[in-house]
Design a binder for this molecule. Structure first.
Ligand code: BDR
Ligand code: CA
Length: 309
């Protein structure tokens, strides 16, 4: 099985990513979930991660991570994900609690305690604050990370014309991660905007009699009706793309590039500067920039996973 650690800020598309992961446990060994402030405050996203993990019967540790970016003021995305972070959907209350102890030590231990011949795939789908801190505080994890499959960035933006929300939220953290030389798969907007579900597919979910389908369908309807999707036929479930890349890399296309992050306060704050030049130096091309996906295959895989829950 593929060892994974998921770092998230649920968030509606994060919730679908967790659902897709929960439905993929024949292929994935999920070692834990950490939370990071992003779409909502750390309290809210952690409560959501706990509620989701119980709802999905995903019996893994949930660790509460950073409550804000490394250096910037935090800003949520309540206008897209709602006040709670999960639209209007209220999940059953859970008695599950976040793990006690130091967040980064817990993630470090999960990685270092793997059998010697195994490595961890990190799947961060929120701002990269936790991952940057992990790499800085516990550099020994470097050689035990297989790859970082992240949702963030791209050659265009959504938070601003040039910056994607997760990278814009904590550019300094993103720079640490991209500069790490670790193999990175960037599920950025170039690929997530080519993926998603259409209105009929979402309607089939929120009108379903099945409790799980209905809950996720309701969240997706809220997301689809947010200002972000006003001119869109597809609701882009960004974070689920990263999970589906891990289970089904064959449906994606990408190119090897180097990526730098704009850490200024200027108009390009948070832009992932992807060196697409054919003449770019080979060294430093540690990022697979995903730029295409088989949409029908993606929809079939995602819907099949969700309906198995
Ligand atoms: C990213 O921003 C967040 O709002 C989503 O959860 C996703 O991780 C998309 O830009
Ligand atoms: Ca997210």
């Amino acid at each position: 099985k593929i060892n994974v650690w998921i770092d998230c800020d649920p968030g509606i598309d994060d919730a679908i990513a967790l659902a897709a992961a929960a439905a993929s446990q024949d292929a994935l060994h999920i070692h834990g979930i950490s939370t990071v402030a992003g779409n909502q405050t750390i309290e809210r996203v952690t409560n959501n991660a706990l509620a989701l993990s119980s709802f999905l019967k995903l019996d893994v540790p949930v660790v509460r991570g950073a409550e804000g970016p490394l250096t910037r003021a935090k800003e949520d995305a309540g206008h897209v994900h709602g006040e709670t972070g999960l639209g209007n959907t209220v999940l059953p209350k859970t008695g599950k609690q976040a793990e006690k102890g130091n967040t980064f030590q817990l993630i470090r231990d999960a990685i270092m305690n793997l059998p010697e011949d195994e490595k961890m795939t990190l799947v961060p789908v929120g701002p990269l604050t936790n991952i940057a801190l992990l790499l800085k505080v516990y550099p020994e994890v470097n050689t035990r990370i297989k790859e970082i499959v992240l949702m963030g960035g791209g050659t265009f933006g959504n938070r601003t014309p040039t910056a994607e929300f997760n990278i814009w939220g904590d550019p300094e953290a993103a720079k640490i991660v991209f500069d790490s030389d670790l193999p990175i798969v960037m599920c950025g907007l170039d690929v997530t905007h080519k993926s998603g579900l259409d209105r009929n597919q979402v309607e089939a979910m929120f009108t379903s009699q099945n409790e799980v389908q209905k809950a996720f369908g309701d969240m997706l309807k809220f997301y689809f009706d947010s200002p972000a999707y006003i001119n869109s036929d597809l609701v882009h479930i960004h974070d689920a793309v990263a999970v589906i890349y891990v289970t089904n890399p064959e449906i994606f296309k990408g190119i090897q590039v180097s990526v730098d992050v704009d850490c200024t306060d200027d108009i390009n704050r948070g832009m992932t500067v992807c060196d697409l030049r054919k003449t770019a130096p080979e060294a430093g091309r540690n990022v697979t920039l995903l730029n295409d996906i088989d949409l029908t295959a993606f929809q079939n895989i995602l819907l099949e996973k969700l309906s198995s829950l």
